[in-house]
Design a protein around this ligand. Structure first.
Ligand code: NAD
Length: 321
């Protein structure tokens, strides 16, 4: 069995590796070679924690396994991250546990990779201004991955808690891209690509604030009740997602679905765009919206990449199990 500890992931796995792995597994999902299994998430009645599993199997990439973990709200007091996760990979031939991989940084990287994949395939090629809505833990990862996809010349950003914005500004500065904190009207008027990555339960961006041709990657809504953009914007956009079942139940599309403004058939899987089965952006004025809900197969794909890299570099810890 192979162990890739959390501490090794940063040196081992790049954003490019994750974009590649996530792109491939999105295609496997669209081609029905890969399936996510039902998600388990439970309040354990101890330490105020939520614990669960995301699991699946990719017959193409031969990734079988699960991510186990959840949310421990009191961890910050102990100097630990509140979100904790570990990925377990199994040999699909035998069912034996093949690898245990630290999943905390990988979760951030695979989430950033998903919005980057959506920008790669759906944003206008001439996109110049990136809008960031959100400035929490995930936002800097999303920013770093996004700037690899287009020649962005400026970042405009808004956050519900403005005091969190300087941290994101520092990342933009490190990347050499001018950064400006703006109100939502200006953000919508200037941005060619917008990433939303908040834990909001109320719409933040409205359809009237978005200009034609914008691509939105809505990444924060991953639970029933969360919402980042108004239903009119969802209804006006050409819709894409990682997995339709999740988009309509826990993703940004859930509200427009519930109000009968869109139907599941209006949402395309991004994997089908990547492999050419479905069109992506069809006009420069179209508003495209990627509803990134986050699936277990993304976790397995990047964990598998981490194991492959650790083996190739001779840094994998291996022992008989
Ligand atoms: P975080 O706690 O570090 O940051 C939360 C962000 O939401 C901050 O920008 C904060 O200012 C903002 N926020 C908080 N309350 C708000 C409100 N009432 N209105 C508007 N904004 C508000 O969290 P994070 O790790 O950066 O994650 C952000 C979101 O992304 C969470 O909802 C998380 O569940 C989700 N997420 C999704 C995926 C996925 O695959 N789609 C993966 C990881 C995280």
């Amino acid at each position: 069995m192979i162990i890739v500890p959390e501490s090794a992931i940063g040196e081992l796995v790049s954003l490019e590796d994750c974009v590649d792995a996530v792109e491939k597994v999105f295609v496997s999902m669209a081609e029905r070679s890969a399936h996510n299994f039902p998600v388990v998430r439970e309040a354990i009645g101890y330490a105020d924690a939520l614990f669960g599993f995301k699991s699946g199997f990719d017959r193409e990439g031969l990734a079988l396994g699960l991510k186990a973990g959840g949310f421990w709200p009191n961890n910050a007091d102990k100097g630990l991250t509140n979100h904790q996760s570990t990925v377990f990979l199994f040999d699909p031939e035998t069912g034996r546990c093949r690898a245990v991989v630290g999943g905390n940084l990988l979760t951030a990287l695979r989430t950033a990779a998903a919005s980057a994949v959506s920008i790669k395939h759906l944003a206008r090629n001439d996109a110049k201004v990136l809008g960031m809505v959100g400035a929490g833990h995930q936002s800097s990862f999303q920013l770093r991955a996004a700037v690899q996809q287009r020649q962005f010349e400026k970042v405009v950003a808004w956050n519900y808690h403005p005091d969190m914005l300087p941290k994101l500004a520092a990342v933009a500065e490190e990347l050499g891209i001018p950064f400006e904190a703006v109100n939502l009207d200006r953000l919508g008027a200037e941005a060619d690509v917008i990433i939303t990555i908040t834990s909001s339960f109320q719409p933040i961006l409205k359809a009237s604030q978005i200009k034609p041709g914008t691509h939105l990657a809505c990444m924060g809504t991953d639970t029933k009740g969360k919402q980042e953009v108004d239903v009119a914007l969802v209804a006006a956009a050409t819709l894409f997602t990682d997995e339709i079942a999740q988009a309509i139940s826990i993703g940004e599309c859930q509200h427009a679905i519930a109000q009968g403004m869109i139907a599941p058939i209006d949402i395309a899987e991004i994997g089908a765009v990547i492999n050419g089965q479905k069109p992506g952006r069809t006009s420069p004025d179209e508003i495209t919206l990627f509803d990134g809900t986050g699936v277990g197969l993304q976790d397995l794909a990047v964990a598998q990449a981490a194991v492959g890299l650790a083996l190739a570099r001779g840094t994998a810890v291996e022992f008989d199990f």
